[in-house]
Design a protein around this ligand. Structure first.
Ligand SMILES: [Zn+2]
Length: 234
């Protein structure tokens, strides 16, 4: 059984490596760079999502949770049969019920490291323990993908993550919800970010983000958008 499993895992890793051969992972420099939508090394999208298509699909991604606002978000997503990708931290340990709900309802639970560290500043041993810590918490429901905190990733960190079975997933748009903005501003930003194949970065740790998503769900439905899990996280 173990040999069979090993063979399957081996094949999966080889495929991920091939897809990542063209990605020139560049080190981010934290929130300031993040606010400009960087870093987005060419190739990450194809490796994590696939070829860019004109299909009306959106990939909503929520980092840093779960939080006290996650339950309300999950209820809203359910009402529209919308699936999302959650990149959780060690917070998963305090919100195990929400993590189970995510899994049951068809969302993906990706890895955002246990302590939300700037991975590029730590040795591989620490990178591994951070990723494995979240994996241990979430158990078999963990998805085969990760998002580096602050978008900080380089070739070394990417290789380590991929070696553990976690494909890095960046974003094409974000709503800067770590800054204080009005609800309307956030909704407008989401509206602007609505493009075929967009990977939208948000945080389910802010009530206003959840409110903005709730306001957009009927609009997305009307526009014919499907909300799906990031392919690398399936
Ligand atoms: Zn984060």
């Amino acid at each position: 059984m173990d040999a069979v499993l090993g063979a399957i895992v081996g094949v999966a890793i080889a495929t991920a490596s091939d897809a990542n051969d063209d990605v020139k992972w560049s080190k981010g420099s934290g929130p300031a760079q993040m606010a400009k939508g960087l870093p987005n090394p060419p190739g990450w999208y194809r490796a994590a999502v696939g070829p860019r298509s004109k299909d009306k699909v959106l990939y909503l991604t929520f980092d840093d949770g779960p939080s006290v606002h996650t339950a309300s978000l999950l209820n809203a997503l359910d009402r529209y049969d919308a699936k999302a990708t959650f990149f959780v931290t060690g917070n998963a340990g305090m919100h195990k019920k929400q993590v189970r709900r995510m899994a049951r309802r068809g969302h993906a639970i990706g890895n955002h490291t246990f302590n939300h560290l700037r991975l590029t500043q730590y040795p591989n041993k620490r990178v591994r323990s951070q990723l494995l810590g979240v994996k241990r918490l979430v158990g078999s429901d963990i998805a085969p993908c990760m998002r580096p905190p602050y978008g900080m990733i380089d070739a070394r960190v990417a290789k380590t993550a991929i070696g553990l079975g976690f494909q890095p997933v960046m974003w094409t748009a974000h709503v800067e919800d770590w800054q204080p903005h009005s609800l309307q501003w956030t909704i407008d930003r989401l509206r602007q970010d609505t493009k075929p194949g967009a990977v939208i970065l948000m945080h389910d740790t802010h009530s206003q983000t959840v409110a903005a998503v709730k306001a957009m769900l009927p609009k997305w439905e009307k526009q014919g958008y499907r909300l799906e899990v990031v392919p690398a996280c399936r």
